[in-house]
Write a protein of this length. Structure first.
Length: 172
């Protein structure tokens, strides 16, 4: 999958702690699938294996693999515990530098910031109009319980004229 290609390339630079005979599963894919499993909530070696096993057919199709089964949890443990922490850190720092180099330009950031602020302003206006302002005043004058009560909605002209048939605001 193209989106994971840069990450797979840097994961391939990590030295494999296994012997040449014990490399049934390629290290970059094992590490990538472990990362995906952890990001999706797995917190144990068996959880990683369960993730791989549940998604194995999809992972095989997406990454053009031919895994017939997920690796054993002991194999995952052996691989992850055998990794050189300094090499893993160096690879992830390199990957972070690549991501930083590919980030958006300052002009794109200003445009995104402007759209974010426009969205916040729209949210505030649409949240408080037309009922929000009278309800906010009711909170300050009578308290929150009154502003959320049926009594408030019965005294608000807006709600009296715009009630939808079949919807009741009472709590009975």
């Amino acid at each position: 999958m193209a989106i994971f290609s840069p990450l797979l390339e840097v994961l391939a630079e990590i030295p494999d702690p296994r012997r040449a005979e014990g490399k049934l599963y390629q290290l970059p894919y094992v590490l990538l699938f472990a990362i995906l499993a952890i990001v999706s909530g797995c917190n144990s070696y068996r959880g990683i294996i369960t993730f791989i096993d549940v998604h194995r057919h999809r992972l095989n199709a997406i990454f053009a693999l031919k895994w017939r089964r997920a690796p054993a949890h002991t194999a995952i443990r052996y691989i992850l515990q055998g990794l050189d922490p300094a090499a893993v850190e160096a690879v992830f720092r390199r990957h972070a530098a690549l991501l930083q180099a590919a980030r958006a330009t300052p002009a794109q950031g200003r445009i995104a910031f402007a759209f974010y602020n426009i969205g916040v302003i729209l949210w505030v206006v649409l949240t408080f109009s037309p009922l929000g302002w009278p309800q906010l005043e009711a909170v300050y004058e009578h308290g929150l319980a009154y502003a959320l009560s049926q009594a408030f909605y019965d005294t608000t002209l807006f709600w009296q004229w715009t009630r939808i048939v079949g919807i009741s605001f009472s709590r009975s």
